[in-house]
Design a protein around this ligand. Structure first.
Ligand SMILES: Nc1ncnc2c1ncn2[C@@H]1O[C@H](COP(=O)(O)OP(=O)(O)OP(=O)(O)O)[C@@H](O)[C@H]1O
Ligand SMILES: [Mg+2]
Length: 245
């Protein structure tokens, strides 16, 4: 397994567990969904996976080694997080070129050439490089945000609500891009969302989270997820499958 989360718990205040005994895994090249309502603990889990915070109990491993035992620098070459809000994640005073150079600051080789090579993979062009985030559309901003995370060629991308603030058409564009990247590079993803339609479209396996607990894991059979837990049935039952755009 590429990523394993075992028995992970977290509280911010004594006695108030935000995450309770979380077990979850992502295999190589897999796109796994994590879905749950607001406040269920999804972003907290993504911060723990990225070592931005420490779990109270449990172990998070990457390729079989606990992430705490790995050098941060090499861990972030393997695993990257994409934040929800591209506008807040991008430094407004930097040009797109400066934003994209930053993650490559420790890389050897021709960084500018690497950026130029990768621009096309997120459907951006050289013309975007001299602009600042305020001079981009919402979709373009999220593509810059995404490109910044994939420039180091990570094996796992943790995507936390990355299309939530975009309209359906642009959501579709970004998601199709992610699927293409996954097929071409084998990059695995933990795709966090509260949008059932999006998750159903992109993921083959999902975890349902409620109040800090994984209540169910489901695998897609013939294009649909099957559930046994009442909560998941209720969650998915409330949606009628229109598909994306
Ligand atoms: N730094 C913190 N200090 C105290 N409580 C926190 C902190 N971060 C998160 N929480 C609480 O932990 C719970 C889970 O929050 P989290 O952001 O992980 O939820 P989420 O599932 O990502 O929600 P959303 O879908 O709205 O993004 C919430 O009750 C939140 O108030
Ligand atoms: Mg969140």
């Amino acid at each position: 397994m590429l990523l394993t989360v075992e028995n992970v718990s977290k509280s911010y205040r004594k006695g108030n567990k935000v995450l309770r005994d979380i077990d979850l895994s992502v295999g190589e090249g897999e796109i796994v969904g994590l879905i749950g309502e607001s406040g269920s603990g999804k972003s907290t889990l993504s911060r723990l996976i990225m070592q931005l915070e420490a779990p109270e109990t449990g172990v998070i491993s990457f390729n079989g080694t606990p992430v705490t035992k790995r050098l941060r620098k090499t861990f972030y070459e393997d695993c990257q997080l994409v934040f929800q809000n591209a506008s807040a994640a991008l430094n407004p005073s930097w040009t797109v070129r400066e934003i994209l150079m930053e993650p490559l600051r420790n890389s050897e080789g021709d960084r500018a050439a690497h950026i130029r090579d990768m621009l096309g993979s997120v459907k951006l062009t050289d013309a975007h490089l001299n602009r600042r985030p305020s001079e981009l559309s919402g979709g373009e901003r999220q593509r810059v945000n995404l490109l910044r995370s994939i420039l180091v060629n990570p094996k796992l991308l943790v995507c936390d609500e990355i299309v939530s603030s975009l309209d359906r058409l642009i959501q579709r564009e970004i998601i199709d891009l992610l699927i293409e990247l996954n097929r071409e590079t084998g990059m695995a993803m933990l795709f966090i969302s509260h949008d059932l339609q999006v998750v159903e479209y992109i993921c083959d396996r999902i975890y349902i989270m409620k109040d800090g607990k994984i209540v169910e894991e489901s695998v897609k059979v013939d294009g649909e997820f099957e559930f046994s837990h009442t909560y998941s049935k209720k969650l998915f039952g409330s949606m009628f499958s229109r598909g994306l755009v």
